[in-house]
Design a protein around this ligand. Structure first.
Ligand SMILES: Cc1cc2nc3c(=O)[nH]c(=O)nc-3n(C[C@H](O)[C@H](O)[C@H](O)COP(=O)(O)O)c2cc1C
Length: 392
């Protein structure tokens, strides 16, 4: 959708088009992947979820990236009511989302996911796997229906399982491609399985996957090779972060030299983009002038999505102009207001994020309840979305 309005003149980079591989994307505004734990117990996408994504698709976003979607019926699911793409039935349930998005002219990528040790709700199996037997820091996450208390201690993934998980990422990517998604993002960030390999304290392995950073990034690279060969003709990429859902303090121990190895090794796999999520947003890191996403651009040479606190369009435009990224992904700002791009284009203020929107749960029903309880300022679009939710 091509947007017009005074905001488009004011933020010309944010509203400019971009060609990613074979895909024309009408502007640089992306709906960041957001887990909503609103699927059926066995991981099927409901009409409510389709309506939710359709609302974004009709609101001027250049691209939507789905919530993290699990890849197999083994250890990949981490949250109760999380959607999956582990078989044809789950794959088929996504078709209505893709069709609704395409009907509105908006491309949509699927984010594929393996929780590793951060498992607080798996419908299919008991237990969890991780690079090493390390109990995750912190407590289960209440907004994704975690039980009170800590995570279970995982068992060490076997070498055979590493191969199987890599294959499953490839197969899941293929299913997403077949059902019509326009691209694939592997969730390589935020403390889930691939990031557990990258992170020094959760990877205590003494084989080729453990030790120096060149080894700790190998699991990501194997996955990206598999996904690249499964989906040769559409954009594929990976999300990377330093911090984790259960650890906001972690920084790459090798600083800038880790960044150089991580981003250059990922680029060697032939992928198209890297999505960098940073809680500090585009604040410079490692005593450089760049943020995480700026370093990703510098060392990978790939298309980069910048994410974290970019809902202010002045900050977003500046980040793009200064080469901190080619796209901005908006998380909480998008959750607060489906119409963020339309409103920025019209120079209207989007609704601000309120933690009540994901409290007690980050589900679509909870979001709906928030707006029901806070009717002031509810737009007709949101009322419609709420009503659509009630139909599901
Ligand atoms: C409710 C909620 C669910 C999220 N789920 C995911 C997810 O499934 N995958 C992911 O990569 N990031 C997830 N995130 C992180 C966001 O994509 C984004 O990185 C984060 O909110 C920071 O961006 P922001 O400052 O624009 O909110 C989630 C965030 C929120 C608030």
């Amino acid at each position: 959708m091509t947007l017009t309005g005074p905001g488009v003149e004011k933020f010309p980079t944010l509203f400019s088009s971009y060609k990613l591989k074979n895909l024309n994307i009408s502007n640089r505004c992306i709906v960041s992947p957001m887990t909503r734990t609103s699927a059926t117990e066995d991981g099927l996408v409901t009409n409510q979820i389709a309506d939710y994504y359709a609302r974004y698709a009709r609101s001027g976003w250049g691209l939507i990236i789905t919530e993290g979607t699990y890849i197999d019926f083994r250890y990949s699911q981490g949250y109760t009511y999380q959607p999956g793409i582990a078989d044809e039935r789950q794959q088929e349930s996504w078709r209505k989302v893709v069709e609704a998005s395409h009907a509105a002219g908006t491309p949509i990528f699927m984010q594929i996911f393996h929780c590793g040790a951060i498992n607080q709700g798996n419908y299919w199996v008991e237990g969890s796997i991780a690079p090493s037997v390390v109990k995750p820091k912190g407590e289960q996450i209440p907004r994704y229906r975690g039980a009170a208390g800590g995570f279970q201690t995982p068992r060490e993934i076997t070498n055979e399982e590493i191969e199987t998980v890599v294959e499953s990422f490839g197969e899941a990517a293929k299913r997403a491609d077949e059902v019509g998604f326009d691209g694939i993002e592997v969730h390589g960030a935020n403390g889930y399985l691939p990031d557990q390999f990258l992170t020094k304290y959760t990877n205590q392995r003494e084989d080729d996957y453990g030790g120096p950073i060149e080894n700790r990034i190998k699991f990501h690279c194997k996955i990206m090779n598999a996904v690249r060969s499964a989906v040769p003709n559409k954009p594929v990429g990976v999300r990377i972060s330093q911090t984790k859902v259960n650890d906001f303090e972690y920084n790459w121990p090798g600083g800038i030299s880790d960044a150089e190895v991580i981003f250059s090794k990922l680029a060697e796999t032939g992928i198209d983009f890297i999505d960098c999520s940073a809680h500090l947003g585009v604040t410079p890191i490692f005593d450089t002038k760049n943020s995480l996403s700026g370093l990703a651009k510098k060392y990978s040479g790939l298309t980069v999505i910048s994410n974290g606190k970019l809902q202010d369009p002045i900050v977003a435009e500046k980040a793009l102009i200064e080469s901190e990224g080619d796209f901005v992904a908006i998380g909480k700002g998008a959750l607060a207001d489906f119409e963020w791009p339309l409103k920025i284009a019209a120079e209207n203020d989007p609704f601000p994020f309120d933690p009540g929107m994901i409290t007690p749960y980050a589900t679509l029903d909870c979001n709906k309840d928030f707006w029901t309880k806070n009717p002031d300022g509810v737009s007709s679009e949101i009322v419609e979305a709420r009503d659509a939710g009630e139909r599901a």
